[in-house]
Design a binder for this molecule. Structure first.
Ligand code: SAH
Length: 351
């Protein structure tokens, strides 16, 4: 029999689980606190739980606890990149960004990714598997414990396509925002998608207060297809309609992410196209100079071109920011730390 992943249960399920073991209901709240507030890494740390029950839990449950494999710290802005080892030996990456308004963690939702975006390092080796809700949560818990500070914002923008791991994502958000746990406000959670239309609509129907970010990267279907294979499955008009639907259902304005690639999507014409595409929408545009990866030829436009692109959008009345690049000095694009680690391992095994 598979062991129960205890950190993926909500309080109600944990209560039923314990009742079935013949335990009293109040134990559920105690254990839930140990897991999600104190964020312990083993059952034996639960000091107000009787030994006999701890033994039962150890027999029947797994307690997901990620291991910090490596940390890179930026000397410029205190950004910290974490490499975590999962129980099955896979590794994932998460990033802590420190802002004036609080600590923000960017988590991975999958090991690898199968979306194939041309400029992205995380997708080069394909998808290994989706992360469990507890593996998503524990990235935040471990980082919070490591720095000894509260995490107030979470962005699901690391490796993976969150809407390709939909049920686990929803459970993760439920637990993350639960008042009995870490209790992060839904408004402080952002989920970024490459545009899986049916799932965007399903998410909208849940009427959560989280922010949806759409990776747009081009204002025409043709250009988008050249950058993102997912565009072959869901055409731009459908994707935009799903964004409008998200706003209609939730009242939350959508963020559009637009990675600027020199000579590909950074012309004045592109800026006009983007302006027109989002006309009349209550939205925000986030410009990100593309982070070059060694496997592809994509380059960033120079700083002036980025500002010109932004100015053009602003002149048209669009709401736009250039994403501050955090941790430039520890960089390499998203997913590079994990990739380097995996490659090193492979070389060691081959050598
Ligand atoms: N799969 C989701 C979330 C993970 S990617 C999505 O596509 O939105 C998070 C964001 O980083 C996306 O907007 C993605 O397009 C962008 N991104 C990936 N690689 C990048 C790179 N090398 N430079 C700039 N942005 C990149």
């Amino acid at each position: 029999m598979d062991k129960t992943d205890i950190k993926a249960l909500n309080l109600q399920e944990l209560t039923s689980f314990l009742t079935e073991l013949g335990e009293k209901g109040f134990r559920a709240k105690q254990i839930y606190q140990w897991l999600h507030v104190r964020q312990v890494q083993s059952f034996c740390e639960m000091t107000n739980i009787p030994k006999a029950l701890i033994q039962k839990l150890e027999e029947q449950c797994v307690l997901t606890a990620l291991k910090i494999e490596a940390v890179q710290v930026s000397k410029q802005d205190g950004t910290r990149k974490y490499l975590f080892a999962l129980a099955d030996g896979n590794v994932i990456e998460s990033v802590l960004m420190r802002y004036k308004h609080g600590n923000s963690v960017c988590i991975s939702s999958q090991v690898g990714c199968r979306m194939g975006c041309r400029f992205c390092a995380s997708t080069l080796d394909g998808l290994v598997r989706g992360l469990t809700p507890s593996e998503m949560l524990d990235q935040i818990y471990r980082i919070g414990c490591d720095i000894g500070e509260r995490i107030s914002n979470v962005v699901v923008m690391g490796t993976g396509e969150p809407l390709d791991n939909f049920d686990n994502l929803l459970r993760f958000i439920e637990l993350l925002c639960d008042e009995n746990g870490l209790h992060i406000s839904q408004r402080n959670v952002t989920v970024s998608t490459c545009g899986i239309v049916p799932r965007m609509r399903e998410l909208a129907d849940r009427k959560l207060q989280i922010t949806l970010a759409l990776s747009l990267h081009a204002a025409s279907q043709e250009k988008r297809q050249g950058l993102m294979p997912v565009a072959n499955r869901y055409a731009l008009p459908e994707v935009m309609e799903a964004c409008r639907y998200y706003f209609a259902q939730t009242g939350r304005r959508v963020t559009f992410e637009y990675s600027l690639v020199a000579g590909v999507n950074d012309t004045a014409e592109d800026a006009e196209g983007l302006s027109a595409l989002v006309a009349g929408m209550n939205c925000h545009i986030n410009l990100i100079p593309v982070n070059p990866i060694s496997e592809r030829k994509y380059r960033q436009p120079d700083g002036r071109a980025v500002v010109e692109f932004k100015n053009k959008l602003e002149k048209n009345g669009r709401n736009v920011t250039i994403r501050r690049e955090m941790g430039r000095d520890i960089d390499g694009a998203c997913g590079q730390l994990r990739k380097r680690y995996v490659r090193n391992l492979q070389e060691r095994e081959e050598g």
